[in-house]
Design a protein around this ligand. Structure first.
Ligand code: DAK
Length: 261
């Protein structure tokens, strides 16, 4: 399915594969692409047949090489603000989807592309991928949540090092920093992402959803409040039929058959 011209989505056995599809501009995010991406991820989240979402970039060169500089150059400050808010909304939507989102980083993940990857739950990178927040080269700062998400992911000092210098880093360095969660050979990228998705799909859906909520929301709270939030998320899982099935299956030494209820 196509969401306009810049984003496509295919559904395969519970998996929605969303592709940012502007390879001629290294999949740079203009406003139309951001709107299409939002429509695609919200549709996937709503679709009961979808359990896990993968986001990747078209072509062999780029995941997403950032916000579209050609479009940004002509914007007034207020239009720039609108674009930033649009990007922030779309990335917050991705972060807060009920379903897990895997970024399959097949090449350049720069600026808004790195920020898109950080809004996803799990980042798997091709060994040839490159990461960076090069906005200071353009006289701006990361505007799609990068100053905040990068600091939370890799720490304040390392985030400042990356953002102040605008340096590009290899997938291996991103992995060492905790920005990439796994690095694989380029031709293994989608197979490995599909494998991770299949593993997640074999688990209890409500438990996975509650774990995502507890981690995401808990990180914005003090530890006491976060642990209290965890207890409520845990209670929700405890009330599911899948919890009974999971524990019964363990005791009966058989695989659990989860129904998502
Ligand atoms: N935007 C638009 N077009 C881009 C692009 C981008 N980010 N990145 C690449 N392209 C285009 C190139 O212009 C070129 O187009 P043609 O000349 O063929 O028409 C085509 O893609 C291929 O790129 P190159 O010829 O440059 O390819 P190379 O292999 O030589 O270099 C590269 C690849 C990734 C190193 C290089 O393209 C590059 O440095 N790209 C820019 C990367 C970058 O700076 N990304 C960060 C963008 S800034 C905010 C809103 C948002 C944000 C901040 C504030 N407000 C509105 C306040 C976020 C900002 C960013 O993401």
């Amino acid at each position: 399915m196509t969401y306009g011209t810049n984003v496509t989505m295919t559904n395969e056995d519970g998996l929605a594969l969303i592709t940012v599809n502007r390879p001629q501009a290294l999949n740079a995010l203009n406003c139309d692409t951001l709107e299409e991406l939002r429509a695609a991820v919200l549709a996937a989240d709503k679709d009961p047949a979808v359990r896990v979402i993968i986001i990747t970039g078209a072509g062999a060169k780029a995941f997403v090489a950032g916000a579209d500089i050609a479009q940004m150059r002509g914007l007034s400050p207020l239009e720039g603000r609108d674009m930033t808010i649009l990007g922030q909304e779309v990335f917050a939507a991705i972060e807060n989807l009920a379903k897990p989102v895997i970024a399959a980083i097949n090449g350049f993940a720069l600026g808004g592309g790195c920020e898109l990857a950080m809004a996803c739950d799990i980042r798997v990178a091709a060994a040839t991928a490159k990461f960076g927040q090069p906005e200071v080269n353009l006289g701006i700062i990361p505007g799609f949540g990068g100053t905040q998400r990068l600091s939370r992911l890799i720490g304040k000092g390392r985030a400042k090092y990356c953002i102040f210098t605008g340096r590009m880093m290899s997938a291996q360095e991103a992995y060492q920093l905790g920005l990439a969660d796994k690095v694989v050979e380029p031709d293994e990228l989608l197979p490995v992402c599909r494998e991770i998705a299949a593993t997640i799909m074999s688990k209890a859906p409500v438990a996975v959803m509650m774990a995502k909520k507890a981690i995401n929301h808990g990180l914005d709270m003090d530890l006491g409040s976060a642990v209290a939030y965890e207890a409520e998320a845990y209670t929700t899982c405890f009330a599911t039929a899948d919890r009974v099935e999971g524990m019964t299956a363990f005791l009966e030494k058989r695989p659990a058959a989860f129904a998502g209820k």
